[in-house]
Design a protein around this ligand. Structure first.
Ligand SMILES: Nc1ncnc2c1ncn2[C@@H]1O[C@H](COP(=O)(O)OP(=O)(O)O)[C@@H](O)[C@H]1O
Ligand SMILES: CCCC(=O)OP(=O)(O)O
Length: 373
């Protein structure tokens, strides 16, 4: 349901960012952050959730308890904004969380990812208050060029899946540091988190991206793997569908190679002379660099800056190795961490102020059997 936008300033906005291992929230009064909390979920807590529904109820309770603990009166809120999920095709920018969107997330088809819960959690807080719920710059926002979607299997198209929110926010920041706008510049941006995406931003548009199924392996995901072996694994009778998916996402990448996805722990092992850890970490940097090279070709090498962002961009060791491989392409700008909560909130604020219009989600007829849920 689209609700009338509240008129009175200041606007109080709750931002909710569900990640694979945490739910982060913040409340803003216009541009000013009043508080933020990062609510980490233990693996025991997550293991108890057998479905998206279980995760939704677990996270909703944690969010409401935290708001109580912060002594924040929910009635003050003007809107709630959540991280947007894998609802393709979506445009970049804001969307109202409406019934069609909720139904699609609950009933599918949809690629399972924690970000899908952003819309449901935002609506769960907003609906009883009769205020609007939005998502903003969802991970499934699709600005890819048609040519980037073609695959060698007729009828099978690549879909956009990217850290849209953070990469666009970092690109805007990097451009403004140069006295330019996002639309003036070309960036290749590698978001290095639990998941890794490498995206090509051409004058304000993400024209191409590689991630889980076509990009570098990540701390917990396999990335691109030799596909014929995967077909054999699928039919070997050794693995269930769920087990194989875990190998691709959750238990792949550095976790599979070294038993941990904590890069700080891996760097300690390397410092202690662990050769296996060194080779895996070198491979991580090598694959990320190859991804950056691939994305650089989409803009004919005309790149103003390469941005490294996300949690692992805190690592001087990994960013240093990547820089050595790619500095011939363009200057490397390391922007560690992410500012997703602020980006969500500022997006919602622009909508509330009428500076931007939120899109209305319409569910396209499900085109194919979902392969991921
Ligand atoms: N100082 C650091 N040095 C190296 N790696 C780090 C550092 N801080 C965080 N990381 C790594 O960053 C990853 C998590 O990044 P983050 O962007 O928080 O992920 P997500 O939001 O996708 O869950 C983990 O693999 C973690 O080990
Ligand atoms: C590639 C976009 C979504 C994603 O993987 O996010 P996380 O790294 O937060 O899981």
């Amino acid at each position: 349901m689209e609700r009338r936008l509240p008129m009175s300033q200041p606007y109080y906005i709750l931002a909710i960012n569900p990640g694979s291992t945490s739910t982060k929230i913040a409340v803003y009064e216009n541009e000013k952050e009043l508080f933020h909390s990062s609510l980490d979920h233990t693996s025991e807590e997550l293991a108890k959730c057998h479905s998206q529904k279980d995760q939704f109820f677990m996270r909703k309770e944690i969010v409401l308890n935290e708001l109580k603990k912060q002594n924040f009166a929910l009635e003050k809120l003007s809107a709630v904004v959540g991280r947007g999920g894998q609802l393709s095709p979506l445009k970049a920018g804001g969307y109202y969380v409406n019934e069609a969107m909720k139904r699609r997330i609950i009933q599918g088809p949809i690629i399972a990812h924690a970000s899908n819960l952003g819309a449901l959690l935002a609506a769960a807080v907003a609906d009883p208050l009769h205020i609007p719920a939005f998502i903003y710059d969802a991970v499934g926002s699709d600005e890819m060029l048609p040519v980037a979607k073609i695959t060698g299997i007729a009828g099978l198209k690549r879909e956009s899946f990217c850290h849209v929110l953070n990469t666009k926010a970092m690109a805007r920041k990097a451009a403004s540091e140069k006295g330019k706008t996002y639309q003036d510049m070309n960036f290749v941006i590698a978001h290095l988190g639990g998941g890794i995406s490498v995206s090509a931003h051409k004058q304000g548009r993400i024209i191409d991206v590689i991630t889980d199924d076509g990009g570098p392996f990540s701390p917990e995901r396999s990335g691109s793997v030799p596909i014929l072996y995967i077909v054999d694994m699928c039919y070997s009778g050794q693995y269930s569908k769920a087990e194989l998916k875990k190998k691709l996402r959750g238990m792949g990448g550095l976790k599979a190679l070294l038993g941990t996805f904590d890069c700080r722990e891996i760097e300690k092992r390397i410092a202690d002379g662990d050769e296996e850890a060194k080779l895996a970490y070198d491979a991580e940097a090598y694959q990320i660099a190859k991804g950056i090279g691939e994305m650089a070709t989409t803009m004919d090498g005309k790149i103003d800056e390469i941005i490294l962002t996300g949690g692992i961009a805190n690592s001087k060791m990994l960013t240093g190795m990547i820089e050595e491989h790619v500095k011939f392409i363009a200057p490397v700008h390391v922007m560690p961490g992410e500012n997703e909560l602020e980006s969500l909130s500022l997006g919602a604020l622009r909508i509330l102020r009428g500076e931007e219009t939120a899109h209305t989600y319409e569910d396209p007829a499900p085109a194919k059997e979902d392969l991921y849920v």
